[in-house]
Ligand binder design. Structure first.
Ligand code: NAD
Length: 417
């Protein structure tokens, strides 16, 4: 925190998620040489990602190119593999190159670690091999293709009754907001377009949500979690609580209570785990493997290294691992480093909780705000308007509005699922 930034200061930012993107937008004013290293050359507006799995939204509507959005910033499409804090050197590998390929080094004066997290599989056998995650556009695209594949396979004359039922069983594991929002979007697709396109298959389709705990949306107010459960049951989404998955095979999964469930498409949404790079760092971590940071988002005892978003945990003031927290941290760090440049003290980071929203299907939402607990159609309108406001560019906002209008008027395009 002692040295002031100057023209020669090299800031390296790892990641292109909410924290990194917000930092980059803010850091445009810092006269420093900024380099971004990330295996993804675009920012994804993840709160609307579930809608892209079923074609409510197009993929390009929720992404923003880093090169276009952050001109003047150098970008390397690469993965940071290790860090030497003594020589302030990162060892990186090009994203198109296989592990073990010749690396390249990147030197920094200030390092911002915003690499996010990876899907948590709790080491459950078969999860990585057979299920689909929902963290990125690539995942959403794979889910879209899998849904269509299941319907087309089930429609073949050779599919027997048992096989058809298996193919048409869509199972979601994890009753957090990711699992709930995917189940909701899948329900909408089923009842709007798939019902008309595959009338003979429709009666056999099932959506099941499996949750190990006693509640879905457990981080939300209890009334909203109970409302979501009732709403799902009305929509014929089968919700099974206290049902933990312990093993997954290609066509069936196994439960802790000894039961088995055949599935055609399995979406796994049981939360986040530390990325391999974070695991490799010789820093103090919290019990979830996240880098401990002080209230300036600085890694204690490591001059010039900051961490934010899902890969970091505050020692004094814990913040939730959400997009809004990462975004606030990125904004803070951009402003704080600009202050440091002017030799002014960096104020501590303060998190402001703006509430939590979720879409639960059938034009219904839940809104958990500090003073209001909203649900139903009004909460759905609120959910849409908040995320529309928060989208990061005018281009994204226009594309998303057009997608919503297109879906409303013409329906989702099944041929392009
Ligand atoms: P989560 O951690 O919120 O929920 C995961 C759920 O999976 C938990 O309820 C857990 O009990 C369950 N689970 C774990 N292991 C299981 C098993 N073996 N079998 C069955 N169930 C199991 O995860 P998430 O929904 O991916 O969310 C991750 C983070 O992203 C959270 O901080 C969340 O708030 C945030 N997020 C927010 C929104 C939103 O605000 N709308 C949307 C998506 C994600």
């Amino acid at each position: 925190m002692k040295a002031a930034l100057n023209m020669k200061t090299r800031i390296v930012v790892l990641g292109t998620g909410f924290g990194a993107f917000r930092f980059l937008k803010e850091a445009g004013r810092i006269p420093a040489e900024i380099t971004v290293v990330s295996p993804r050359n675009h920012f994804v507006f993840t709160p609307l990602l579930a809608g892209t799995t079923v074609g409510t939204l197009e993929f390009r509507s929720v992404i923003e190119s880093i090169r276009t959005a952050c001109p003047g910033t150098a970008f390397h499409l690469a993965v940071a593999e290790s860090l030497d804090p003594e020589t302030k050197t990162l060892r990186c590998r090009g994203a198109f190159e296989p592990p073990g390929a010749e690396p390249f080094d990147s030197h920094y004066d200030t390092l911002i670690i915003a690499v996010g997290a990876v899907p948590h599989d709790f080491g459950i056998p078969g999860v990585r091999e057979h299920s689909l995650f929902l963290k990125d556009v690539r995942d959403a695209r794979a889910i879209r293709q899998k849904i269509l594949e299941c319907f087309e396979r089930a429609a073949l004359p050779k599919a027997g009754e048992e096989e058809r039922k298996r193919l048409l069983h869509f199972v979601v594991v994890g009753g957090g907001p990711t699992g709930v929002e995917f189940a909701a979007e899948m329900h909408d697709l089923l009842h709007a377009e798939l019902r008309r396109a595959y009338p003979e298959l429709f009666p056999e389709v099932r959506i099941t949500l499996l949750e190990a705990g006693k509640q879905i949306l457990s981080a939300y107010d209890g009334t909203l979690s109970a409302y979501t459960l009732r709403h799902f049951r009305r929509q014929e989404i089968e919700v099974r609580m206290e049902t933990a998955v312990v093993r997954v095979e290609e066509r069936r999964l196994f439960l802790k209570d000894g039961g088995e469930i055949p599935y055609g498409c399995l979406v796994w949404a049981t939360g986040n785990a530390p990325a391999p790079f974070v695991k490799s760092l010789p820093f103090d971590k919290d019990p979830h493997g996240r880098i401990l940071v002080d209230d300036h988002l600085s890694v204690p005892g490591r001059e010039g290294i900051f961490a934010l978003g899902d890969c970091a945990a505050s020692i004094k003031n814990p913040v939730p691992a959400t997009a809004q927290a990462a975004e606030q941290q990125g904004l803070y760090l951009g402003r704080a480093l600009a202050k440091r440049l002017r030799n002014r003290p960096m104020p501590p980071f303060r998190y402001r909780h703006q509430g939590m929203l979720a879409y639960i299907g059938g034009h219904s939402g839940v809104a958990d705000l500090s003073k209001v607990k909203g649900r139903g159609f009004l909460a759905f309108l609120f959910w849409r308007s908040v995320y529309l406001t928060k989208l990061v560019s005018l281009r994204n906002k226009i594309l998303v509005v057009l997608d919503w209008a297109r879906t409303r008027i013409f329906g989702r395009e099944l041929s392009r699922l």
